[in-house]
Design a protein around this ligand. Structure first.
Ligand code: ADP
Ligand code: MG
Length: 350
């Protein structure tokens, strides 16, 4: 099922939690709703599920305007951060419960619940109580319970936040597998950019209730529309250097830089933002100088922290690099992964 969101706004008293939000989500896609805490992700999801009524705007499921349709009539499955399983019910009873409410006959209930248990790989735990399972297993049961009614749309609100780091990675792959095996349109809320990047067909990045960019994960990383998007995606975080266009050339931390620029306003404060993997050390002649602060190892890579004017830059270095603290280096940049932003508006120039 295709979802169309049209100029959706939600106002709480005088706070705009979601502001004039429009997007289209294609049938069968997994789209992440990404952004910092408090940016309006849950509010957005709750309007899609029907728990919250929008202040303005419309929501369409395929060709149906569902803006005023009651939550239980929308055919939506919900999964939250706290699994919210019924503690006194077994796994099988928990998964069956939504069908019991719908008065589905018992034999069919059990058959459908077992099918869902198999899909999420908890078929061997049917007699357990929630407290007898790990967080990951409980979240699998919660997903089975959300899917047993055969919803048209699956909404997941930070479903992995309660799990430890290793289990989070395992479960995000599981969510992708389950979603693809039944082909259900899914919206996955997270504040974790790596989680969103790893499982989504597309990501919607939000800031203070406003959609910043909707794109495929790689596109969002490679072609950020503004400084916020560039800053939010990527680990380690993108490097940011102070820059200004003056006298017909770009100065970066006060040093001339040979990056091609056009249509950049003179004297306005800018950021030259460059991905960690786009910084080159001592590889090309350049007027941009820095001083090594320290170097360290992260997994299979080594990173150098470099003081450049008033900013710090991180760059990948060879594991056998001879670079040492206090050493002076020359910095240049690859073409890819280097952007110029207006420091005030965040607007992108290159
Ligand atoms: N029922 C409510 N009443 C008033 N303000 C709310 C309510 N629900 C959420 N908000 C506010 O709306 C903003 C967005 O909240 P939320 O959608 O929960 O953000 P997120 O899920 O991205 O962390 C926050 O500033 C929050 O405090
Ligand atoms: Mg939330």
């Amino acid at each position: 099922m295709k979802i169309t969101i049209e100029n959706l706004t939600k106002q709480f008293d005088n706070h705009l939690a979601v502001n004039n939000f429009s997007a289209q989500i294609e049938s069968g896609q997994l789209v992440s709703l990404l952004g910092p805490s408090g940016c309006g992700k849950s509010t957005m999801l709750n309007m899609l599920s029907g728990i919250l009524t929008p202040s303005q705007g419309k929501i369409w499921f395929d060709e149906d305007d569902v803006t005023d349709v009651a939550a239980e009539k929308r055919g939506v499955g919900l999964v939250f951060q706290n699994y919210a399983l019924y503690p006194h019910m077994t796994v099988l009873e928990n998964i069956c419960f939504p069908l019991e409410i719908q008065r589905v006959p018992k034999a069919e209930r059990i058959a459908r619940a077992k099918e869902m248990a198999q899909l999420v790989h908890v078929e061997d735990l049917l007699d357990r109580l929630p407290k007898q399972m790990s967080g990951g297993q409980q979240q699998r049961v919660a997903i089975a319970r959300a899917l047993v009614k055969k919803p048209r749309l699956l909404l997941l609100d930070e479903p992995l936040s309660n799990l430890d780091a290793r289990l989070r990675i395992e479960m995000r792959e599981e969510i992708r597998r389950i979603q693809q095996s039944i082909g259900i349109t899914t919206i996955f809320v997270t504040h974790d950019q790596e989680e969103a990047m790893s499982i989504s067909d597309a990501i919607i990045l939000m800031k203070q209730g406003v959609l910043q960019q909707m794109d495929k994960p790689q596109e969002l990383y490679d072609q950020p529309k503004n400084c916020f998007v560039a800053d939010f995606l990527g680990n380690p975080t993108i490097n940011k250097l102070n820059a200004v266009y003056e006298g017909g050339r770009l100065l970066v931390e006060g040093m001339p830089c040979d990056i091609e620029t056009s249509s950049v306003p003179a004297s306005a404060p800018l950021y030259l933002s460059c991905r960690v993997e786009s910084v080159l050390i001592n590889q090309k002649p350049s007027s941009i100088k820095g001083t090594i602060i320290d170097t360290y190892v992260i997994g299979k890579e080594n990173i150098a922290n470099i003081q450049v004017g008033n900013s710090r830059v991180r760059a990948y270095i060879d594991s056998d690099s001879a670079l040492r603290p206090t050493e002076e280096v020359t910095l240049s940049f690859k073409n890819k992964g280097v952007f110029l932003f207006d420091a005030n508006s965040g607007e992108r120039y290159i």
